[in-house]
Write a protein that binds this ligand. Structure first.
Ligand code: UDP
Length: 337
């Protein structure tokens, strides 16, 4: 694969947790980046000053066009992170998820095609997959899809949009199915608003900043009864986005516009209990918790087969859970004193 990195990149959802980390990674490569974010859930204060920001919604064609027009020529790639990301919330507001994630992705793909952008990378999700009967199985990219939640369905729809865009032959596209992104890099915090993710919730409950953690289900068909997930460091995730953009640029330049799906995880199953224990060990304090029923939309196990991530993008993600938890704790200011 040609090793040239994208030098002009549009990042949607740039003010989010992954976006703010990705911007640092792209800037370290010397890329010119334009950020598009509605700032409804993002963190404007964590955007680098040198990155121009268009405040707007991906469902609004004018906002997307405005961002694209800030480049002197069509950007080399668009990395589309904007979207709603909570499984539980999506079961309460399915129409909102359809609107933001499905319509938003269609608008971004259409306007990138119109502008002549050769590469589009989507933040998709493991939630598009149908969980396998055996919880020990690792899901590869050929595993059957079958989302259990409106969130997963909206991401699958986004994948179909990217496939259709690549079929037109003018743009190569990649959907990265993210497993459980965690940790922190570049001095940024693992922060979501509202916070719903297991590691920051556990750490902040242990520090007394948040109420006790609700453990969503202990009756799953897993070794300790809690859900198994595949936690992957945000540093490896942003690397995957850069390399996916690079791959798509290269394909488009050589006339072979493909649609590729890549699973972004380590292949290591970790239970909710294991994660809580890792948080307790890093902080040296117990994580106060209460048992709770299952969260709607949650499945027993979602673990990646990371072979294609290695073979296609050359990424071997660090499976060290303690490091992910330590980086998250440090970023939240919980390791000092
Ligand atoms: N979880 C939990 N309590 C919480 C948040 C999450 O028990 O307050 C569990 C959740 O059921 C899942 C795992 O932790 O099994 C990871 O959830 P998270 O929301 O971090 O990511 P998801 O897997 O939904 O993308």
């Amino acid at each position: 694969m040609r090793t040239t990195s994208p030098s002009n990149v549009l990042v949607t959802g740039a003010a989010g947790y992954i976006g703010t980390t990705l911007l640092r990674r792209l800037l370290a490569d010397g890329a010119r980046v334009i950020a598009l974010d509605s700032l409804e859930r993002g963190h404007a204060d964590q955007l680098p000053r040198e990155v121009p920001l268009v405040v707007g919604d991906v469902r609004d064609p004018d906002a997307v066009r405005q961002a694209l027009r800030l480049f002197d020529r069509p950007p080399d790639a668009c990395i589309h992170l904007a979207g709603l990301i909570q499984v539980g919330e999506s079961t309460l507001f399915p129409e909102l998820y359809r609107d933001v994630n499905v319509v938003g992705t269609q608008v971004v793909a259409d306007l990138c095609l119109e502008a002549g952008v050769p590469a589009l990378v989507l933040a998709s999700s493991a939630a598009v997959l149908r969980p396998l009967a055996g919880v020990a199985d690792r899901l590869d990219e050929d595993a059957p899809v079958g989302p259990e939640s409106p969130y997963g369905a909206s991401k699958l729809n986004g994948e179909y949009t990217l496939r259709a865009a690549a079929d037109l032959g003018r743009m190569a596209t990649v959907a990265l199915r993210l497993f459980n992104v965690c940790g922190a890099a570049y001095g940024l915090a693992e922060r979501h608003d509202p916070e719903t993710h297991l590691i920051p919730l556990s750490l902040r409950a242990a520090a007394g900043e948040l109420p006790p953690l609700h453990v969503f289900g202990e009756d799953f068909d897993t070794p300790d009864g809690t859900c198994l997930r595949d936690y992957v460091h945000v540093r490896d995730v942003v690397e995957a986005f850069v390399r996916a953009a690079r791959l798509a640029m290269h394909q488009a330049a050589s006339g072979g516009c493909e649609f590729n799906v890549v699973h972004v995880g380590t292949g290591q199953p970790r239970s909710v209990r294991e994660v809580i224990t890792a948080c307790e060990q890093i902080l040296g304090k117990p994580v106060p918790r209460v048992m709770h029923g299952r969260r709607p939309g949650d499945v027993a196990a979602l673990v990646a087969n990371p072979s294609k991530l290695a073979s296609l993008l050359g990424i071997h993600p660090d499976p060290d859970l303690a490091r992910m938890v330590r980086d998250a704790a440090a970023s939240l200011g919980l390791l000092d004193g």
